[in-house]
Design a protein around this ligand. Structure first.
Ligand SMILES: [Zn+2]
Length: 724
């Protein structure tokens, strides 16, 4: 198995990134001592170990001259100016450039050329003695802690004083991996081992001409080698790098010494979201050369997208490992989706799409017509776009029986909720199986339904088993009783034009997945709501995002038919847009409308809403304490118990929330606090609606002021905000 070595830095030293590295099976985590203060090492090691299992490797500063600390972080060197070279720890500033280690300043000779940070600037030493002065031959802007090279070989010890202390500390902390920078000879490896311990795994970095010349003895002494193409290209011409890499890998392979390759593997992904074709070619070719592992450096230390970089390397390694070149199965035979995408697969494995072939008007007119109401039409659409995958149509008798009794489809896949096409009361039409019906809504044909069965089911029995009651006061039961006891089963397909017709803000599951990938999200928390955002909702979403180390939140409010007192879909979408734009961290959330309706099915519906969001690409889903509750029909904990009983068989991870309250003493929302609920404040939904209807703001702890203001403005302009 090819290894991934990741360099840690400001971009990756946080709990979420470390956990994700762990999930992506990063093999070694590297701390670069050239960019780390000695005092940071121990706290970092503790923090890293809390979140990741991979061994930690200390990468030494090594025999390398670097610029010291510069006031303001950088220094501009003008051509022909004179600059004084000083020994660290002195700080640099205008006209003063500090070098590390300090003693090199005393070793400078008049005439030496000093090149800084890959030729960002070039100096020549013009005076030595009490003051060392250099003239600027080539102007440039340089930073702190950048590599400096002289045109003359200097004798630098293989370990700096900081390295020696760090390796000793690492040994005490149980770190077994050391990457030895600028290894030049066998003796350097032996020296490092003296500090790191006899059982340390020393990875010798091959990044100098001398290391190439003494490669055999280094291979003999080291446990592994690492070709750093970056530093190496300061010593040998860049055009020779590819063949040098191949030869070094070949010799390491022959010697049986693991060899890793570093630098620029996914350079474009430091700032951007995709690698270049040349980069992915380089990675695969490096593996084909025989490298045992790949090293991400700036990509994961300071890049914008460290997790995406590791996912991409993982995907490339997978491509390499199943490489099929010259065989019967060409590599394009089963390439569909990006394997760098690690979005949760749809429930049941594949996303259903039900799109009918194009039919002309005459063909449609020739079909028997089935007029349906808004709710049935919504189900048709959701089935056809794959939101209910693996269901492709309305349930037949056998399926319904399994779902009612076992919360499963006949295939055994978990499915809690009946999806039925109930025929209206008083209609005598019967339909033959095999017949294709033209499904019409508001007078227009929008979909086709291929009848597989037309069957009867006793409504009282159905209500009792579906809703747990046949009490007519239950809104789900009441709705069921309005229809006949005849049901129609069969797969559905939307007419092609209908698929394209969507409400603004609606996304299909396939589109949502595309959006997540575009945003580089892999772990997404789904949130189901029928309400404008309260502070409690915000708390639930941001807490789930942080605690489960997710990349984003998919706020998916119901925008279908409402009951009296509900918020309209329009105001929910507008208020979430505002919340996400002005108050959420950047790239942390998306809102899209879900054109569906409440089925009042309590626990069954709670799990159903989670499975639908899995189909939309959500890896996690928040189940509120009284999620999809219906009056007092289902005790608040019942949904949780029901979901937990089946949670092991579904792909989406259910995040159960405790009741959240605002504690006046703590001054924030909490799930529990030392004050219990003694200082908690409460406003009911009805009170909140009344307050807004009277043109008054809600307290900021209950609803953000600008959300309140948005709703009040809409009300003032006469918009429908609450369904009458
Ligand atoms: Zn409190």
């Amino acid at each position: 198995m090819k290894k991934i070595l990741c360099t840690l830095g400001p971009a990756s030293l946080d709990a979420r990134t470390l956990r994700r590295f762990d999930e992506l099976e990063v093999d070694v985590l590297r701390i670069n001592l050239s960019h780390t203060e000695f005092d940071q090492i121990e706290p970092w090691v503790r923090m890293i170990r809390e979140h990741a299992r991979a061994p930690i490797c200390l990468d030494t500063q090594g025999a390398q001259v670097r610029t010291g600390r510069l006031a303001g972080g950088s220094l501009t060197l003008e051509a022909n100016a004179t600059v004084e070279l000083v020994a660290t720890p002195a700080e640099g500033g205008p006209g003063r450039l500090p070098l590390y280690p300090g003693f090199v300043v005393g070793d400078l000779h008049v005439g030496d050329l000093v090149s800084i940070d890959f030729d960002s600037a070039l100096l020549q030493v013009v005076e030595t003695g009490p003051r060392s002065l250099a003239r600027v031959l080539s102007a440039g802007r340089i930073g702190s802690n950048k590599a400096v090279s002289l045109d003359r070989a200097t004798a630098l010890p293989p370990l700096t004083e900081v390295d020696e202390r760090a390796l000793t500390l690492g040994r005490r902390l149980g770190l077994r991996h050391v990457a030895l920078s600028f290894t030049n000879r066998k003796g350097d490896v032996e020296l490092a081992r003296r500090f790191a311990g006899p059982d340390a795994e020393i990875i010798a970095k091959v990044e100098t001409r001398q290391a190439l010349e003494r490669l055999e003895e280094i291979l003999d002494a080291a446990d592994a080698i690492l070709i750093d193409r970056g530093d190496l290209s300061r010593e040998i011409p860049i055009e020779s790098i590819p063949l040098v890499q191949k030869e070094v890998i070949r010799r390491a392979n022959v010697a049986g010494v693991p060899v890793y390759v570093a630098t620029n593997l996914l350079e474009s992904m430091i700032a951007g979201s995709r690698p270049t074709r040349a980069e992915v070619n380089d990675v695969i070719n490096t593996l084909i050369d025989g490298a045992d592992g790949l090293v991400l450096a700036a990509e994961t230390a300071i890049g914008r997208n460290p997790i995406g970089c590791v996912a991409m390397i993982r995907a490339l390694i997978r491509q390499f490992e199943q490489r099929r070149i010259g065989g019967l199965e060409p590599p394009w035979s089963d390439v569909h989706e990006s394997s760098a995408s690690r979005l949760v697969p749809p429930h049941g494995g594949t996303l259903v799409t039900g799109v009918a072939p194009h039919l002309d008007a005459a063909a449609i007119v020739s079909l028997q017509r089935l007029d349906v109401d808004e709710r049935v039409m919504m189900d048709v659409r959701q089935l056809a776009i794959g939101a209910f995958s693996p269901l492709a149509g309305f349930m037949d008798r056998e399926m319904l029986a399994r779902v009612l009794a076992e919360h499963r489809l006949p295939s055994g896949t978990v499915w809690p909720l009946p999806i039925l096409l109930q025929l209206p009361a008083g209609r005598g039409d019967r339909y033959a199986s095999g017949e294709t019906l033209a499904v019409a809504d508001a007078g227009e044909v929008r979909a086709l339904l291929r009848v597989s069965e037309c069957y009867r089911w006793d409504l009282s029995d159905l209500a009792a088993r579906w809703f747990g009651t046949d009490d007519a006061a239950h809104p789900g039961v009441a709705r069921l009783r309005q229809g006949s006891d005849w049901f129609l089963a069969g797969e559905v397909a939307l007419l092609p034009d209908e698929l394209r017709r969507r409400r603004p803000y609606e996304l299909t599951p396939a589109q949502a997945r595309l959006v997540f990938e575009h945003r580089q999200w892999q772990k997404v928390v789904g949130f189901h709501t029928r309400n404008v955002p309260h502070r409690v909702h915000e708390h639930l979403q941001l807490t789930a995002l942080a605690e489960h180390h997710c990349d984003g939140i998919f706020v998916h409010p119901v925008i279908g038919p409402k009951k009296s007192g509900d918020c309209t879909g329009d105001i929910i979408l507008k208020s979430y847009q505002l919340l996400i734009r002005d108050h959420y961290p950047p790239n942390a959330a998306i809102v899209a409308g879900w054109a569906a309706y409440s089925r009042c099915a309590g626990p069954r519906e709670a799990l159903f809403t989670a499975l639908v969001r899995q189909n939309y690409g959500c890896s996690h889903f928040i189940v509120g304490r009284d999620h999809t509750g219906v009056g007092a029909f289902y005790p608040p904990e019942q949904s949780r118990r029901f979901c937990e009983s089946l949670a092991g068989e579904v792909g989406v991870q259910l995040v159960f929330s405790e009741e959240v309250y605002h504690c006046e003493r703590c001054g924030r929302h909490v799930q529990r606090c030392e004050h219990g609920r003694r200082y908690s404040e409460q406003i009911s939904g009805t009170q909140a609606r009344e307050t807004l209807r009277q043109g008054r703001m809600l307290p900021d702890w209950f609803m953000r002021e600008d959300v309140s203001r948005l709703i009040l403005d809409e009300l003032r302009q006469g918009a429908e905000v609450f369904v009458a």
